[in-house]
Design a protein around this ligand. Structure first.
Ligand code: GAL
Length: 333
């Protein structure tokens, strides 16, 4: 049975279910002092089980896609749970978003732990995953750690669907600013091809800050498909970006509420996903969602890095500890 936990520090409020250590609500006051819940979600844990999309969940063992649902490490081939065409997506069918986490509640901090068994979803090694969700001033800080008893791979992220207006609605009017000179091209099943493209002169350039809609509303063919081949392959933005700065890499701003969120991460990049497959459904407090009603900013290692990188960053050796930290800071403008 899942437990729902809530903490507040007077500036931010956080509600999490122990199922998938999933963020259900994240509240902040807007420019008029009205409390806004800036993530999409549901009222009950059951709905997170029934409906797809990974709303708010902690994603592991491997965020994003591993092509062919298999990889070889130390000469051994591991066959993974296949749940996205030929790929293993977000840890497979029984990824962390479906698992019950142990928890501890402190005044301003929620701590979670999950023991993932050797061979779970095909991944090698008994792995202990810990995460901490900390409210500090106007920031939510998420820390992850993982250890294993066998060499393995790991890629952890949070899959919140942000909408800083406080309810699901077209995300195109939010302004996204990103310190990222390059993005990874994807193939027709959403996996990076290995080509990293300079964003200059492409719809993927958010360095100077622009409406997400400026990209989503770019030229379309007569049949409604995007003229830009990469946008068409992702059905919108659904691409890995490589950060070109060490901190404060992403900011998202909603003029209507004056809420700005700044994301700072020690990870090398992020998936930006414009909610293209968020099929129509009901959400919390009578809300209703349709595609493109939010944006996910999923800080992570390179998807499929185990096949693409010469020295994959995602390899975690037995006895070593994986650490990462991503913070979400809310300002009013
Ligand atoms: C994203 C992924 C999308 C889609 C979504 C879940 O992280 O990039 O392609 O699978 O999760 O619906």
């Amino acid at each position: 049975m899942a437990t729902i936990l809530s903490i507040t520090n007077g500036v931010l409020g956080l509600k999490v279910t122990t199922l998938g250590a999933t963020i259900m609500d994240l509240t902040v006051k807007d420019k008029n002092g009205v409390e806004r819940d800036v993530v999409l979600g549901y009222d009950t844990t059951e709905e997170y089980i029934e409906k797809d999309g990974y709303l708010g969940a902690l994603i592991g063992r491997f965020a994003n896609r591993i092509s062919t649902s298999s990889f070889t490490l130390n000469g051994v081939e591991y066959v993974l749970s296949q749940n996205d065409g030929p790929n293993c997506l977000h840890g497979g069918k029984g990824g962390f978003s479906t698992r019950e986490f142990g928890f501890q509640q402190d005044e301003y901090k929620l701590s979670f732990v999950y023991e993932s068994k050797d061979g779970e979803e095909g991944f090698p090694g008994n792995m202990t995953i810990r995460s901490e969700y900390i409210l500090q001033g106007n920031s939510l800080i998420i820390r992850y750690s993982a250890t294993t008893d066998k060499d393995t791979v790991v890629n952890l992220t949070n899959h919140s669907y942000f909408n800083l207006s406080g309810a699901p609605c077209y995300i195109g009017d939010h302004v996204l600013t990103m310190k990222a000179d390059k993005y990874a091209c994807i193939n027709n099943v959403g996996v990076p091809t290995g080509e990293f493209r300079d964003v200059t002169g492409t719809p993927f350039d958010f360095r100077a800050g622009k409406r997400i809609g400026d990209t989503l509303e770019t030229a379309k063919n007569e049949d409604g498909s995007f003229v830009d081949e990469q946008l068409q392959l992702g059905h919108g933005i659904d691409h890995p970006y490589v950060f070109s700065a060490e901190k404060d890499q992403v900011s998202l701003y909603c003029e209507e509420t004056g809420i700005e969120m700044v994301i700072s991460s020690d990870l090398p990049g992020t998936q930006i996903y414009s909610g293209n497959f968020l099929t129509e459904r009901d959400g919390k407090r009578g809300s209703h969602m349709v595609p493109r009603d939010a944006v996910c900013i999923e800080t992570q290692y390179l998807p499929d890095g185990i096949h693409l990188e010469e020295e994959p960053m995602c390899i975690l050796r037995a006895g070593e500890t994986y650490h990462s930290e991503t913070s979400y800071t809310f300002n009013i403008k």
